[in-house]
Every structure is written in C-alpha cells, then in structure tokens.
Design a protein around this ligand. Structure first.
Ligand code: 5RP
Length: 221
C-alpha cells in the first residue's frame, strides 16, 4: 500500500493549477485522487477533472475536486491511472478493476498518461495477469468461443454469484494467454471480434510510469 501511495503522490507533483485532469481507477489511483483532493482543499488548486469510473467520480466528489462534463473535454493535460502490468516498452495491461473502456477513452483524450504502480507490476513481458476483455452481454457465449479460439484460458468475471457488470453495462472476460509476445497484434485480433468492446492492452499510450517500492524508493521509466 505504501509503495502505491508514494508512486501516486509523486505523480500528483505533475498536476498544476489550471490543468484538466483524468482520474484513474483502482487502489493506486485512489491515493492520487486523495492527494489531488488535498491540494484542491488545502491549497486552492484550480483544476477540472473527469473520472474513469463511477467509483472514482464518487471519491473525487467527496474530496471536492471540481468535475467537468465530458462534452466539454477537448484534450486533457494529463491522466493519472494505475495498471496491472507494465512492460519495458511501457505497454500495459489494465482493467483489473473492470474500468478499462473508460480508462482507455480518457487516456486517448490526454496529452500525457502517467501510470502509477508498485514494483510487482513491472514485468519484462506482459501476460501473467489475465487480460481483461470487455464484451457486450448480447450473445456473449458466442463471443467467449471466439476469444477462446485465439488460444486463451478464459474466465467470465463474477461478482459473487452474478456476472460482473461494468459501468457501461457489459461483461468482462479475463483471458490468460501466457506470455504475450506481440501485444499490438493481440490487441487488434481481440478488437476485431464482434461483441468485443475493447481489451485491456494499452499500446503506446503511457508517457511515463512511476514505480514505488516497499522500501520507499521511487523510480520511473
Ligand atoms: C482498473 C485498472 C487499475 O488501474 C488496475 O487494475 C490497477 O489497480 P490497482 O491500482 O488497484 O492495483 O486498470 O480497471
């Protein structure tokens, strides 16, 4: 937890007065939202934000962070978000919290995507973490078969007995491919399947990755 917090607080040093900010989702982004909230509350930092999930939007509102409607977003100055894995080329697996679609939309509308992780997420090759794929409920059984034909072990994500439903009303298929040798090719193969909304591979999107470690050290790549 400490490693996530220090990475998040380092990233928040990049937030400046007047910026438009994207707020990520998850336990690391939680610390960033808190730190931004403190700057707003205690130092009167003037920013406007959009959130990548209902959960993060609620948290941001609790901290008094001014939220802007998406209709007013042209380009965000930066987005701070977590990740499940980061490779040497700064490609990512995201979606462990089920927010990958909104996260990707917001990231794509940001001049800079700052990723905050603890060192367990820093890997040579993506693929240990099962890749989350967001699929529409209509005929999802067919979509699951198509995904399996790409060679993965697939589990539909559950919330207790029920299927997990994203903020967009879709399901998540967690797909274990093993080592992902060509993330860009897999990204495109997945998104070509009708019924797939998007997948958790973020290729060439991250500008900077800030990695916190348990001994209090911070490095970036
Ligand atoms: C949510 C995400 C999160 O950023 C990712 O799962 C990392 O989460 P955490 O910071 O809790 O480890 O992609 O969809």
């Amino acid at each position: 937890m400490e490693s996530k917090r220090i990475a998040a607080e380092k990233a928040v040093e990049l937030v400046k007065d007047g910026m438009k900010i994207g707020l990520g989702t998850g336990s690391t982004a939680y610390w960033a939202i808190q730190a931004i909230g403190r700057l707003v509350k205690e130092q009167g930092l003037g920013i406007q934000a959009v959130a990548t999930s209902v959960q993060s939007e609620q948290l941001a509102k609790e901290w008094g962070i001014p939220m802007m409607p998406f209709a007013e977003v042209d380009m965000l100055d930066l987005t701070i978000d977590g990740a499940d894995e980061v490779d040497a080329e700064l490609n990512l697996i995201k979606g462990g919290g089920g927010a990958l679609l909104r996260e990707k939309i917001v990231a794509a509308a940001s001049k800079q995507l700052i990723i905050i992780v603890d060192e367990s997420k820093d890997v040579q090759q993506l693929g240990k973490f099962p890749l989350p794929v967001e699929i529409v409920p209509f005929a999802y059984e067919l979509t699951v078969k198509k995904l399996q034909q790409l060679g993965c072990e697939l589990k539909l994500r559950h919330n207790g007995e029920e299927l997990f439903v994203t903020d967009n009303g879709n399901y998540i298929a967690d797909c274990e491919f093993g080592d992902i040798k060509d993330p860009a090719a897999l990204h495109d193969d997945l998104n070509r399947i009708p019924g797939v909304v998007d997948n958790g591979l973020f290729i060439d999107m991250a500008s900077l990755v800030i990695i916190g470690s348990a001994d209090g050290e911070i490095r970036s790549k």
